[in-house]
Design a binder for this molecule. Structure first.
Ligand code: GRF
Length: 203
């Protein structure tokens, strides 16, 4: 099976997935990483691992539709059984989402349905929640609304800043995203309505 990853920045989630795959010898090919701008740090990691790294500049496109068309074409060319959004900061068109429906997943730095959208850590602190976390979900047309695959929670501590909280959430992300990807690759995820059913591992 093959995975294409879309990133916009640091790419630490992508790195966590690749390293777990290596450590556990997953039968998977990382057929490419695509960033929406060439400064994305995660491209360097990809290159250092010999994973094909590409940039599709969103700024070179007048519309979201034309950017997404190029992206769809590129991903199809690479061949993707699974498309992993890992800190990809562009909103995708319904056309893109429909094209990859059922094989498109994302990680969001909050316990959805709490805090969809941006600045989740600041908003968690403002709301005074005692528990925060991260969610891996299938992507559907509503932003941050798709069927939830798994979540991890972390405590919010009295002296947390958005940065310290973000760091705690990020290390939880690095635990759950590789697990969710592996479940997908093992064929253990089934979408039923807006729910994901996880079947037991093969004996
Ligand atoms: C993560 O917190 C992810 O949940 C959010 O953006 C961050 C990306 O980090 N959407 P990285 O690029 O994977 O290091």
């Amino acid at each position: 099976l093959s995975i294409v990853t879309l990133i916009s920045g640091r790419g630490s989630n992508f790195e966590a997935i690749v390293k777990t795959a290596q450590k556990e010898a997953w039968p998977v090919i990382f057929s490419g990483v695509i960033a929406n701008h060439s400064a994305a740090k995660g491209l360097d990691f990809a290159r250092s691992e010999g994973i094909p790294a590409f940039t599709v500049e969103h700024r070179a496109h007048a519309t979201r539709e034309s950017f997404d068309e190029v992206l769809i074409h590129k991903i199809d060319q690479l061949g993707a059984d699974l498309v992993v959004l890992a800190g990809f900061m562009r909103i995708l068109t319904p056309q893109f989402i429909r094209h990859f429906e059922g094989r498109l997943i994302n990680i969001h730095p909050a316990l959805l349905p709490q805090f969809p959208g941006l600045h989740t850590h600041e908003r968690a602190l403002e709301a005074g929640v005692k528990t925060h976390g991260a969610t891996v979900h299938f992507v559907t047309e509503g932003v941050d609304e798709g069927p939830i695959i798994c979540q991890a929670s972390v405590p919010v501590l009295a002296d947390d800043s958005a940065d310290t909280l973000a760091a705690r959430v990020l290390s939880a992300e690095h635990q759950i995203y590789p697990r969710a990807v592996k479940w997908f690759l093992d064929g253990r995820l089934r979408i039923e309505g807006n729910q994901v059913k996880l079947s037991p591992p093969e004996p």
